[in-house]
Write a protein that binds this ligand. Structure first.
Ligand code: GRG
Length: 304
């Protein structure tokens, strides 16, 4: 399905290196009275995430980059998404939300730095994302109108009609017998919105036409849901060592998951179908979309 000379492993490693180098340089440590905030932000940002969202932005950028724009144009925007993702994990782990002590077998931000600093580290990362997107670089500058569209799509996905709504619905419906529509509402917003925005963002930055943007939107919607279903499956069947966390937390907390509502067999079938749809969605983008195709295949097999 993917090009014969294409190695997803090499591609992911290369992109991850670029992203990590950018992120690592974002927060300088100092000895100011706010030093612990910066330490906490850096700690969570560099805690070993897969970097799926920024990688998706770069892959969608590559897939629609007919003008030959440098990758450096997209890198800050891609990394801004990772800052938002990290903030959401820090806040999700807090006692008032999921109350988790460990992430990737490391203490969560509030366990290491205390609750108040963890809340502020999340606030700092969310705001930093928009500082990055609105900074005018001399080199590889993105036109103001494109930048505005990019900021808008990120804010929409992260905000009250996107991830924040999804997280709220997840909490409100915890422990209840939920309908398939309610499950879709949660998944589409809590995880789906930011993943879809990551993909569409790549096309916005290359000023892709409406047909390509639609293809990216559909692809993003399909892999966003597939990613979440895989997460639900791993929470039941995954290898704890590889995942860096204990299995079974969803069932213990009576979380709304695809296997809980539809059964494990259906969950697996649905995930496969969604990944196949995603691959179909980007057929019109030809071989420039090879990394996106390979990522869709990876989403259904990922083990952490
Ligand atoms: C606090 C507003 C707010 C939102 C939190 C993202 C989120 C919403 C909650 C996380 C709960 C969760 C485990 C969702 C399942 C899917 C998911 C987002 C997993 C974590 O993302 P990965 O696997 O994480 O990309 P890494 O560690 O690789 O960055």
């Amino acid at each position: 399905m993917t090009g014969t000379h294409f190695s997803l492993k090499t591609y992911l490693e290369g992109r991850k290196r670029l992203i990590n180098a950018f992120l690592d340089g974002l927060i300088s440590q100092d000895h100011s009275p706010a030093a612990r905030l910066f330490k906490a932000m850096h700690y969570s940002l560099m805690a070993g995430g897969k970097r799926l969202r920024p990688i998706l932005t770069l892959a969608a950028f590559d897939a629609t980059n007919t003008k030959g724009l440098p990758l450096e144009t997209a890198l800050p925007f891609a990394c801004a998404l990772e800052c938002i993702h990290t903030y959401s994990l820090i806040h999700d782990d807090l006692p008032a939300m999921d109350n988790d002590d460990l992430r990737r077998w490391q203490p969560t931000c509030h366990k290491k730095f205390g609750e108040a600093i963890a809340i502020l580290a999340g606030d700092g990362l969310l705001t930093l994302a928009f500082e990055i997107c609105s900074s005018f670089e001399k080199e590889h500058a993105t036109p103001a109108e494109v930048r505005l569209k990019a900021i808008h799509i990120i804010a929409q996905a992260a905000g009250m009609n996107g991830m924040v709504a999804g997280q709220t619905a997840d909490m409100e419906l915890e422990g209840r017998n939920i309908s398939s529509q309610e499950l879709t509402y949660i998944h589409d917003r809590k995880t789906g919105a930011l993943i879809r925005a990551s993909v569409v963002l790549g096309g916005i930055l290359t000023e892709a036409g409406p047909r390509d943007l639609q293809a990216l939107t559909d692809y993003g919607t399909h892999i966003g849901l597939a990613f979440q279903i895989r997460d639900d499956i791993l929470n039941i069947e995954g290898d704890e060592k590889t995942m860096g966390k204990a299995r079974g937390s969803d069932e213990r907390k009576k979380k709304a998951t695809w296997p809980a509502v539809h059964g494990m067999e259906q969950a697996k079938e649905k995930m496969k179908e969604l990944c196949e749809c995603a691959i179909q969605d980007i057929k019109t983008l030809n071989e420039r979309a090879t990394p996106l195709k390979a990522i869709a295949e990876y989403v259904m097999k990922r083990d952490h």
